[in-house]
Design a protein around this ligand. Sequence first.
Ligand code: PMP
Length: 404
Amino acid sequence: MLDVEKIRAEFPALSQLINEQPLVYLDSAATTQKPLAVITATEQFYARNNANVHRGRHTLSEQATLAYEQARAIVAGFFNIAVSELVWTKGATEAINLVANGLTEQLNIHSTIVISALEHHANIVPWQQLARRTGATLLALPLQPNGRFNTGQCVEFIEQHKPTVLAITHASNALGNITPLEAILHAAKQQNTITLVDGAQAALHLQPDLQQLDCDFYVFSAHKMLGPTGLGGLYGRYDRLNSLSVYQTGGEMIESVTLAKTVFRQAPAKFESGTPNIAAVIAFAHAIKYLKALDTANVYVHEQAIFNYAAKKLQAIDGITIYSDLKSNIGTLSFNYKDEHPYDIATLLDGYGVAVRSGHHCAQPLMQHLGIKGSVRASFAFYNNRQDIDLFIAALQECIALLD
Ligand code: PMP
């Protein structure tokens, strides 16, 4: 059993009052709270260890470089990938843009890019732009009316269209539904399709082994995995990664520069121009160490138990429509109450100290697909307990009584 109370004590933000009520934080899909290990590591870096990396010969700089590269090794170990296959970015968004831009020279009017209507805008817009630049065709995988994939239909679609690129989420940020990736990626591999998986939501909950998952690219955001904001990562299978053209240019990513010409370094350096977010990288490694020290299986069991407990209570309320797939989910409940505006529910819940997200969740095509303008989203992490759910449901019932 996971000792949730001990865990909660390590997340200082969780023990505060909001609007004079104990905070019930159900917005981990937007960003997770941070454990003390991450807060302390950030402070320590700026208080004692601050220096730029990869440049100085002085002690502080060498120590910072070592800690920075050790952090890369820790995070690469977490995903079971080589250090040379991990590029630091400022988030999942930048990582997807890096790949979409880097593929420009590899696509043309005969190319097909496949995404899905379930994607976050960050995994739609960069591909639209790539299609515009190259003349490639952009298609969406078939999605059932309830927002779930039918694996057989997806496989057939991939066999029919033989995409050059397939970009798909590991789990929906709006619904929490887990994508049946294995069959989809296998079908794509048969067509020699370049595959990118958006792991922004799933990485914390599913802790994927990327060798096993067997995609070409996988992106994530540190701030959704207990780490700092302003940092993300791109895994790229080394040959695919190195074949991308450079995204941003400048210092650090070069082998040599003359006024006439520049020779770039190999990946990952060639995608890391400028001074990186050193403190965030180091603090993120502390988040990963913290996560690895917890019992992964127990974390998953606890998250699923909290999710199921909340889903049952929510289902029991008259007038609630739930959009999330309750059978295959990372722990997110997306719902509406009758035709009340989701903003109103979220605003009222905030008065009870309950933090949820409302709106389209940067997934407007999905909302259009489901025929709704938006939803209320309660998203859970392993630091949520049953009391959070009880307070959330009690507050929701009071909000409903006010609205009815
Ligand atoms: N993809 C998904 C599925 C997301 O949930 C998010 C963040 N909401 C992103 C991409 C973009 O992540 P970031 O804003 O951290 O770059």
